[in-house]
Write a protein that binds this ligand. Sequence first.
Ligand code: ATP
Length: 715
Amino acid sequence: MEIQSAYQEELEKLESTSRWIDAKLESLRAIPRYFGEDLTEQVLDSIRENARRSLTAATDEPYFGRLDFREEGEAEARPLYIGKFGVDNDQSGEPLVIDWRAPIASLFYSFTGGEGPAGYESPDGLIEGLVYLKRNLVIRKQILQRVVDTYDRNGDNPAVTDEFLLYRLGENKDNKLRDIVSTIQAEQDQIIRSAKNTALVIQGVAGSGKTTVALHRLAYLLYQYREQIRAEKMIIFAPNRMFLDYISSVLPELGVGHIQQTTFEDWALETLPDRVELADDAERTSRWFAYGADKPVIDDDAPGRFKGSIRFMEALEAAMDAYERGFAPEGDFEPWPGAKLASAQIGEWFGREYRHYPVMKRKERVEARIKRWLEMQLNETRDPNVRKDRKKKASQKLKAYWKTWPDDTPLSFYRSLFAGPNDAAGSFGGLTVPAAIVEQTVRALKKNKLYPEDLAPLLFIYDRMYGIENERTFDHVVIDEAQDFSPFQVALLNRHVRNGSFTILGDLSQGIHPYKGIRRWDEFLGLFPDDARGYFTMERSYRSTMEIIRFANVVLRRGIPGAMQAVPVFRSGEKVKVVRHEPADRIGTIVRAVRKLSAGPASTIAVIGRTEKECKELHALLLHEDVSATLIDAGRNKYEGGLSVVPVYLAKGLEFDAVVLIDADAERYGADEHDAKLMYVGCTRALHDLWVLYAGEPTPLMEGADDDFAKRLDA
Ligand SMILES: Nc1ncnc2c1ncn2[C@@H]1O[C@H](COP(=O)(O)OP(=O)(O)OP(=O)(O)O)[C@@H](O)[C@H]1O
């Protein structure tokens, strides 16, 4: 009866809201757009256009939540309807729908139950009151589909229930990440609404919503600081183009456009003035991911770690300082006998007067100054014939003089650091670069090629040479999968962003690129002053069922004792299936697993292998068995959904309804940290079903996975 009446009440509310929106839209659409010169009319037109846009967006699904709140001092609780876009009611002045980013809407997310007062920060200070009802509503195309009360002051349960969240998490996913405005959790909301001018570092377990939260934070910042920041000046760095494609729906769903989304490599290559290309890194990458006897030793002398370190940046800084000090050559400029510009004067201009400019700008200014001086000298020459002759000679002399000044590009300067006689090559700024790295760098640079780890150094040199123009600065920077970034990259981006406004998120347990990534978050946090940084952890995992999380936690514990364990939400599903098969029956077992899963509700399925090469081979074998799948390799730009075959290191960041992790044997996944991280990444990609297949000796990483959540089977 209660539920029926709640549904009835919401149905009526929805009808009246929809009627209002439709009528308002109709009246707005009847007013023609204004393209004239009148400023007031232009402003009015732009207000109308914004209203048209948000009303159109709100038409199908005007709101998703309701919170009944009685503000202190008020007699009655008011129902607040919360939606993706605010809708004002211009007759009463009361908003019909409140934008989820508005201060008062934060109550919907931060309120976790109980009888006591709840509050939110308004522009006028803290507002307190009592929450009476928290209700989730599912509306699709103006049809009310579901009404779920997650808190009722008059009900039996004092806490907000997870019922609606669980319903949402139980759904199958397509090939794109989605917005979560209707179910943002309190700990996520706190991050989303953090102040703009902080470098936020977020360590979150797999599936804790880091990527999603970062995207919602961008939408929040744009709303809250709309006077100060612009979407075009915000940028998201993600690990690869396919990942960017996978997350590309969230911001448009939140009504946000124009935010730059790129990889660090693409951004750097576009920004650099030198024409450079990346060296083919496929072979090197495959070596980093080799297993068994071929497994490499990875330490701080790995090229990515070394060139990504702050000490490498400091050595470059010192080398640049020395370069600048020796930049202006000794020697007077004497265009003709009797006219002399003393070296000391040129040095004074370069070294003192223009010292605040970057070095190449100083050079330009000195050049202009010398030309002005020359003009003056020529003007003092009365005889026109002599003047003409002097002018000609002076121009040649100036050309010759100018040749004595350095004329480097960032690339030629960088190259010079690794050139020179054997013992000097790679020794600069008090640092000696390991010989293997020098050799590799020189070989690539000879062909105008770079490795990814050379990009931050090169940009750093470019910035020191030319400075950073306004159009190259950002209002906010998001770095996703930041555990794979280097401290140098972050320090470099910090020079490009205003007020250290960062969202840096990642998971050290998924740090599967130890040859370039960080070991501890301190490596980044140390780059920012104490009062300008924040550190959050996210421990609840929303993606996978309890069974999958518990299994993944075993893998993590085996490989990295002491790593942060994920806490699952109470969503139970099928047990993880650990299937032993004969080596000869590998393909047969994989095909049977895939067929079984395809026959069920899963719409996205991944077969996750250990290396790219093995996945390529498997992909071909599957085709032979009439199983068509998409092979995800390093060059892929789009994620198609359906059935994919993917090497574990490229699966990071993605998710699938079901995962078949193959070849989970002791050779491919040993009991060490790197293999544990890889397997952890693989397992935590699954939302609802996880199958782990192996032949021969199973990986020791699954030892201790108990029958509560894992079921052992023979193929
Ligand atoms: N509050 C929430 N409500 C509903 N779904 C959520 C919530 N938070 C996260 N999710 C879902 O959990 C899944 C994982 O989110 P996301 O990919 O952002 O996590 P992540 O921490 O970046 O994961 P990983 O590090 O494993 O790549 C997504 O399907 C997302 O929609």
